[in-house]
Design a binder for this molecule. Sequence first.
Ligand code: KIV
Ligand code: ZN
Length: 531
Amino acid sequence: MNSTVDPSRVLIFDTTLRDGEQSPGIALNTQEKLEIAQQLARLGVDVIEAGFPITSPGDFEAVQAIARKVLEPAPPVIAALARTHVADIDAAWNAVRDAERPRIHTFISTSDIHIRYQLQTTREDVKGQARAAVAHAKQYLDDVEFSPMDATRADVEFTAEVCRIAIEEGATTINIPDTVGYTMPEEFTAYLKRLYALVPELSEVVLSVHCHDDLGLAVANSFAGLLAGARQVECAVNGIGERAGNASLEEIVMLLHTRAADVGLRTQVVTREIARTSRLVSRLTGYPVQPNKAVVGRNAFAHESGIHQDGVLKERTTYEIMDATTVGLEANSIVLGKHSGRHALQQALAELGFELSGQALNTAFRRFKEIADKKKQVTAMDLEALVTDELRGEITGYQLQWFDVEASSRRPPHATVGVVGPDGVEVTGSFTGDGPVDAIFRAINAATGSDARLREFRVDAVTGGQDALGETSVVLELGGVTGAGQGVSTDILEAAGRAYVRALSTAWRRRGIMAEAEAATAGAAVAVQTP
Ligand code: KIV
Ligand code: ZN
């Protein structure tokens, strides 16, 4: 057990903006991170890990902006990640110091593989670094988390020694990461039990778990951790994160919620905000949610077989263990039509949690009218997609202004596009392609002078019906760097073009961030590598 007051209370530590943002192709800017942080607060997470400030000035700025923003309805703890280096801890502190409830999260590996090959040091040195880092962080604030990285592949006895040192120096949370997603539930339970036996002081702090999904066991392992006594679980919305991702927040939360009577553990997450949070993160990161994803996938509550449909119509619980409305699916019945005015739109958006006024409201209204002209009814889901799309549009580097496509079954399609760059100047480009979408993508490359290659392209409908808004996702590669983007429109070609320029902007931004990080660490002994 640990020091939380209520032994059944599980703290949700959300790392969407840190570990989640380390997914290939994702590069969120400050405005997008603030938007996600605000939604995480609405969701009711306990801790937001906002970033890793030493890695780039952009990351520092985003963490600081989140720390300074008054997140409603109640401010979560804002954590910043730091290696055990003094400069990392100082950067983390400077980034979070203005938060109402700041935390520094420092880590160093305890596995021999990492100590020998990555850190190229000794166990003694690791102990010294852990001690010094926690002590240094404690000079600034009380709330300090320590993680022995790659703990599940490390010698448990050595990891225990390092954890004891961290607690001695005042760490208030000890987080055990399964960094490479290697452990198995029973093995993890045994590991944590052994750790408790070796470090009885663990009962005085919060024990946390941080599991990756390389073998698809992140949620199962996190759950095993909770059963072994952990009371903080580190997770990310939609399970995004390094490689195969982190434990999925929505799955952990709904597991504890659905099986509460048997498990007896609870979070303070507002489950009705789950679906909306998932959609926001998916749209801003450009990472689509797989249709069969547990809890938030499009098909998570769909019944295809006749027997199942029949059963659900007679009694929902015959084939449903959760109610879709509990996770916020089908929750909002707002419907606007083409005669709805600006005020009605503003009110509908406010009900969805978007407070728009001035220019932002004008832009949303213009797009709403365009859509309402083509669609009989504009639903809450449409409005949400539209506003998120517009938000993304406002802040990315490139914007698709217009496009012309000539398509025919007798000759290759040809596209011409107008794209406005970060400098506000419109550039045009033309190209032929294998199909109209391909022609648009190639024309965008030509206009922007980019040598990007398409890796993935996906089209979905925001809602059902023939006149549904189309939502496209693009992943592309630009000089070895990936970029992801999404676009929304009633016209699939326009949605595809929007998604492509956003993915391109993300890839350019990632290249910039990498260059910044290289410049920041030039001459330093150890380059900053994300864990
Ligand atoms: O996976 C990992 O080990 C991490 C640590 C920084 C907690 O992300
Ligand atoms: Zn991780």
